[in-house]
Write a protein that binds this ligand. Sequence first.
Ligand SMILES: Nc1ncnc2c1ncn2[C@@H]1O[C@H](COP(=O)(O)OP(=O)(O)OP(=O)(O)O)[C@@H](O)[C@H]1O
Ligand SMILES: [Mg+2]
Length: 871
Amino acid sequence: MSDKLTPMFQQWRAAKEQHPEAILLFRMGDFYELFGEDAVVASRELELTLTARASSKDNPIPMCGMPHHAVQRYVAQLIERGYKVALCDQMEDPKKAKGLVKREVTRVLSAGTLLEDEMLEPGANNFLCALTAQERTYGLAVADVSTGQFFVTELAANGGVEPVVEELARLQPAECLLSAALLERDGLRPALQRSVSAPLTEFHLDPLSLHSPTERLTRHFGTTSLRGFGCEEMPAAIEAAATVLDYLQQHQVAAAQHMRSLTVYSTEAFMLLDSASRTNLELVRSLRDGGTYGTLLWLLDRTCTSMGARLLRQWLLQPLVDVTPIRRRLEAVGELHQSRLRREELQEKLGQVRDLQRLVGKAATGTANARDLVALRSSLGQLPGVAELLTGERCEALASCRDRTDACPELHDLLCRALSDEPPVGVREGGLIRDGYNPQLDQLRSSSGEGKTWIAELESTERDRTGIKSLKVGFNSVFGYYIEVTKPNLSQVPENYIRKQTLANGERFITPDLKEYEARVLGADEKAVELEYDLFCEVRDQVAREASRILTTAAALAELDVLTCFADLAARNRYVRPEVDDSAGILLKDGRHPVVEHTQEEAFVPNDVRLDDTENQLLIITGPNMAGKSTYLRQTALIVLMAQIGSFVPASEAKIGVVDRLFTRVGARDDLSTGQSTFMVEMHETANILHNATHRSLVILDEIGRGTSTFDGLSLAWAVSEYLHDLGAKTLFATHYHHLNELGEQLPRARNYRVEVKEKGDDIVFLRRIVPGGTDRSYGIQVARLAGLPHEVIERAKQVLWTLEEEKNIGQVAPAARQVKKVETPVQLKLFELTPHPVIALLGDLDVNQLTPIEALAKLSELKSRATETA
Ligand SMILES: Nc1ncnc2c1ncn2[C@@H]1O[C@H](COP(=O)(O)OP(=O)(O)OP(=O)(O)O)[C@@H](O)[C@H]1O
Ligand SMILES: [Mg+2]
């Protein structure tokens, strides 16, 4: 077959065979063309018109195409839908090529290997992860090729797949590499599919390779060992890191070159924040629509750079557990908090620093254009000013930011000298390099300039010479410069004019002189453009060589940006510096919910929290619906979390003993995608808490046991509370099971609290204050009325409630409700006066004529006792 393929298709097929898993975009002139199955898939996904082209004699194959300038948009769409894309480019100028143009695959794009700004979110990392397993250890490598960040860690496998799935769920990678065998192990595939939305790419190191994973890494980094990175003794992590590099190499992602170092991290240095907590506390995604509005990140993100925004996100999802680094951050925030002027100047300067990490990434891969380098130039230009604002700074974290900020003066100088002020987007059209940078370029420019001046003057000299007033000098791309003379004047054309073209109303001529100048101009221009491109590439390579300096600076600036952002928030929102230590207590005075206080019109009512390991370890919080229980629970968790990322907190005073793990179990959620019912999800999350919480943990339970029958639910809630009490975990438990208030009396370290409300005439007033003591009413029906339930339903509910309460028969809810006699015409009642209602109903039902006086007296006494009992 192949001998029958046209030479072009043979070339196409060779490229396709190299990357059978990817959709191949084959550059032909101004288009990228797709053939065969690729064309069919792409035409469907991208709504491109499918045509056909003969791949050999009599054998048409499907084809579609896209203009080269639109390729990014199409590629982005394909990648978003989970495809990989290989770009096969023309490796030589078609005009100069002899025979078939040489073509090669220059890049394979997948979700985890993107570098293009248009396809990346500025404030989030684009992680490519690789997971490996060796005996009792999982190895995890995390790379962002767009920023050059590269991390590894190991996790013990004896805890099952849960920890590693959790870590991947936190990272939310764009793509995850793992071997087919591992994917099928220990239920990893379904667990990952549930928690990680990234495509899972089957990929592993070639076992027959001549180089061990360690060798691959040392070759990449140009080191003799991995000791400098601190991962020498971490074989699983090394294998994962080597897998990432191998994958990048196979995908021709030159950006791997700019991953110049490897950082080991331990999940133990961070608070364990499970995915349920991340979700429930709405840290980066809202529960309502998955957007950012209303999330903690949305509130906190007042960073000025994309680098800072990414770091803030990272910090937010990885609160610290060691007191020292937390205090270090807090101290820096305190310093910056003190001077508003300095803070604003820093923000102003940082605001002009562009994404250095991604700019360097593009320089390293040769995809940066002159505008990118100009952005780098102006960013570097801000750095001396930034450093100056930190002169003499003694605070450790700020001093370190200053010392790591390297303005790279020689590089800045080079960029200033070499690049023009406003270069074009394209790098092959000239206009990139400044006059005076390169003598040869200046020479070419001046000779082109002289030629152009001569040509520009030609029109007037020839008009004078020939006496033809309408003579014109023009240019077209077919035969260059020409002299145009209209028909009536043709007789005056001098002898040295050579006719080139006849038009309807005139003729076009050239002269030998004109052609000579033209050749000089065009030749010089062409050479200048080529030279400019070469000079530009040299500058870009110089940037790439300075990558590690710039990346160190970028990391320092990102940190400074986040610290400044925290200080700014503290000042704007009246936050205080929390006192953080290793004690077991959490003490908040006038704590507020950081987000709710901004998103609602109602003034926010602050509340205190006291948790310790002696008397206030388990707080049972009851109170009406809508009173503010859930808000109180969440604000406590959020304040602790904010303190442990180094931020000031919304309270008037805060003392926080660091928490090792934070668990939340909130509300009811179905997880139909994994075939789990509401109750099953609830119990699953609760089990996770009970297995993993320690005496240093903070547990937030918002109504557990709701998804089943009342007695079952109550019993479970009771047992769970006792368990956590004995475990010593600091727990806040909001519940409508008022029976749990008995725990507050029975257990030594449990306390009851309630949210206060006031009945005011027909209405209920939410005071939003948390006060000691239990409660016995939920006011659910009243709140339902506020929500607009139909009047009849509300009235009927009151009747049912009364009967149930009277019979104290909560175990048989359904039959009891049915036995309640229905009052056909609802009686008008004062709202919330539940007790008189059924008595009146009974009175209404009474047939006085049928009663003896004794019976009447007995009835009267019964009604009276009912009335007093429920008053
Ligand atoms: N301290 C407060 N100050 C002002 N408004 C508050 C406060 N706490 C809560 N709120 C407001 O009250 C609303 C209801 O609060 P929340 O959801 O915490 O009630 P709840 O007691 O958990 O109710 P339910 O029992 O129905 O779950 C919140 O959406 C918020 O707008
Ligand atoms: Mg609630």
